[in-house]
Design a protein around this ligand. Structure first.
Ligand SMILES: O=C[C@H](O)[C@H](O)COP(=O)(O)O
Ligand SMILES: C=C(OP(=O)(O)O)C(=O)O
Length: 366
């Protein structure tokens, strides 16, 4: 049936009603297969458990350090990503008394409209969508970063991929575009690590506070199990859900007043009043130079005793800024090494300096 046959009343031979717009179903390896191919050893498992406990302690204010979730907007080149991880490992050691540094290892990108959707979705960066390879590449990268002793952070964008790699992640995020989604709230209720919900793209914090309440409750929903089979998933609830302030359509929300207001809203809702502040996204107008100013202001406030800020997020890579990249149009071989192909990032020198300032601020506050 098409609009012409509706207009004329002509009856066409039925083509079936199922999956009319699907062009292909390509089987993927199961989560159990990928985890068996790329296993985590016992020592790494122990370190991940410990890092999750430390993140929880910082979020709860039991550990007086500052959580710092820092790294590229997205991982598109695992070799450059690993070079960044090695450098960050050194900084994490240097500042371990004051900062708990967790590396952003983001493999799934939500897009405002269309664009490259991350290493899992398109690991060849050419629109070929070799997702089986993407899942393996993401897992391998997490293992390599884990082997350096650096904890990892990622955004969970949909409910299938976590089965392939969430065992290697110490801190998770739900993005501004999906915080209101019941699917994501249910997912978080079963995730093993602390997870932050971003405020909405309009700047609204209530959706994220509602998300924390939904995620902390036990849930039952449709998912997949280790063998990739559809399953009824029943969860205990994630009591480590928290709020991330990332600014919104009406501007930033990292001011002392905005943080205090969000914190009071959280407390009134019975949620953790301590928040993570994202120095990037709408808090910096997606301008990497502005992240520096945001972090400098937050450091000053932390130094003089502001207690509602449990953590800071920043986007950073080897080179400053970002380069325009469209899969299928631009040549991945011509990309500048170590520079973001999604949001603008601080370069390495600025990153070193900003983390130093944050560590000094925490030291002054203690
Ligand atoms: O952090 C990533 C981006 O802000 C988000 O994925 C949206 O990006 P886009 O507006 O370029 O699609
Ligand atoms: C997509 C991200 O952020 P937001 O959801 O705040 O836009 C991100 O942190 O990569």
């Amino acid at each position: 049936m098409n609009t012409e046959s509706v207009r004329t009343g002509a009856i066409e031979a039925p083509e079936g009603t199922n999956n009319v717009r699907v062009t292909e179903f390509a089987p993927l390896p199961t989560p159990a297969q990928v985890r068996a191919e790329l296993p985590a050893d016992e020592a790494l498992g122990y370190r991940i458990q410990r890092a999750r406990d430390e993140v929880r302690a910082v979020l709860d204010g039991v550990d007086s350090r500052l959580l710092v979730v820092v790294g590229p907007c997205s991982i598109h080149d695992t070799d450059a990503g690993l070079e960044y991880a090695r450098r960050l490992t050194e900084l994490a050691r240097q500042h371990r008394e004051h900062l708990l540094i967790v590396m952003r290892t983001y493999f799934e990108k939500p897009r405002t409209t269309v664009g490259w959707k991350g290493l899992i979705n398109d690991p060849m960066l050419d629109g070929s969508h070799q997702i089986a390879d993407g899942l393996r590449a993401a897992r391998r990268f997490l293992l390599d970063v884990g082997a350096l002793g650096l904890p990892t952070a990622t955004e969970f964008l949909e409910p299938i991929s976590p089965q392939y790699m969430a065992d290697l992640v110490s801190w998770g995020a739900i993005g501004a575009r999906t915080t209101e989604s019941q699917i994501h709230r249910q997912l978080v209720s079963g995730l093993s690590m602390p997870v932050g919900f971003k405020n909405g793209t309009d700047g609204g914090t209530q959706v994220a506070i509602d998300a924390c309440a939904a995620a902390s409750a036990p849930q039952a929903f449709l998912g997949i199990d280790d063998s990739g089979a559809a399953a009824l998933v029943s969860t205990r609830g994630n009591t480590d859900a928290h709020l991330i302030l990332r600014g919104g359509a009406h501007g930033p929300n990292y001011s002392a007043e905005a943080v205090a207001e969000a914190s009071a809203q959280l407390a009134a809702a019975g949620q953790n009043p301590r928040v993570v502040v994202d120095a990037s996204h709408a808090n910096s107008g997606k301008d990497h130079e502005r992240q520096r100013l945001v972090i400098a202001e937050l450091a000053e406030r932390i130094a003089v005793g502001e207690r509602h800020i449990a953590g800071i997020m920043a986007e950073s890579f080897l080179e400053p800024g970002a380069q325009k990249f469209t899969p299928g149009t631009d040549d991945p071989q011509r990309l500048t090494r170590g520079q973001s192909i999604t949001d603008q990032c601080m370069g390495w020198d600025a990153t070193q300096q900003q983390l130093g300032e944050l560590a000094a601020a925490v030291a002054r506050s203690q």
